[in-house]
Design a protein around this ligand. Sequence first.
Ligand code: PLP
Length: 403
Amino acid sequence: MTTTAEAITRTIPVARPCVGPEEEAALCDVLRSGWLTQGPRVAEFESRFAEYVGAEHAVAVASCTTALHLALLACGVRPGDEVICPSLSFIATANSIVHAGATPVFVDIEPGTYNLDPARIEEAITLQTRAILAVHQLGLPAALDPILAIAARHGLPVIEDAACAVGAEYFGKRIGAPHGALACFSFHPRKILTTGEGGMMTTRDADVAARLRRLRQHAMSVPDTARHVASQVVFETYDEVGYNYRMTDLQAAVGLVQLRRLDGFLAHRRYLAARYSERLSKLPWLVPPTEPAGHKHNFQSYVVRLKAGARGALIGRDALMQALLDRGVATRRGVMAIHREVPYRNASGPDHADWEQRLPQTAAAADQTIILPLFHQMTEEEQDYVVDSIQNIGQDIGAGARR
Ligand SMILES: *Cc1c(COP(=O)(O)O)cnc(C)c1O
């Protein structure tokens, strides 16, 4: 058992970005260069990123939310359209659909992978369906082959919300290599590769990439970088309503360093995740994450599920999180269910009670899962402390139940 003093003095965070002197130096270089916003660093980050994931084109933006918005626009999603997506995701997945003027239509997940259940997609397709937005939740690739087959049968583009999935692989190919029409990544500090805030879209289609480059920068026909180096006076035009969704060169410079370190981050996360699973699988009341054949997880998050009705699980998810926090271990609930939030409860679809009925696996996963601490600098000793704390809490509850 832990002493109270220890519990009070230590805190193990759920996540922590890994940035150091190399990122600091890269930032100083940009500050001294005279070009701060989208410029040469962004261009270099895009080409390195495209190379890394195996895509023809990569287009950087301010966040994954803005990436998803532009991806939907580039796929022709317009007001009145419907887009299929999971409810078990971060709210930005559905918000991006609303930003494009369309309506999210939620489809349930597979209980083991927390990703879209391909068997439930077809029944949600209507004449208004314009695209499928598949999420690689927590860094585990969704069942892309069956999803792409359904999409092809119905002539629908697949957009991948790969916010968490940098470095994850689907049958030997990295996410972001052309699977769907477009993949969108996040570089928020909760993700594995961070630029503070930032996002990236990848695609095989040169015309789509060119349109995305215009849209992110006010739909400007000649970018400022080109005008800056032109020997003749050039005037740009604006042929549609665009956005300011640019990434800055400051962010891209950090991203270039993080990309060089990425394989190291990934290897260590997979090592720590395997170590968690080995120890936690001994607890009959917890379900560690699964990795179906051909799906390679990057473990952006390590999520466990409380087995409903099992003795240790008697404590309940929220009480377990509190008991861990009392011992200095920060956790988060697993992925949220978007349909439970105010803007989506009744929004032009079935009402909240209907969604709860239609999405039983989503509701169960949202209630029963916990994200445990996992970050690059985490020590084995810290990890053991987390596992021991869970074990001790479970034993206390078990003893209480027997009394
Ligand atoms: C983090 C996340 C987003 C949002 O990414 P931002 O870069 O913060 O906009 C979208 N979808 C999923 C699944 C996420 O995890």
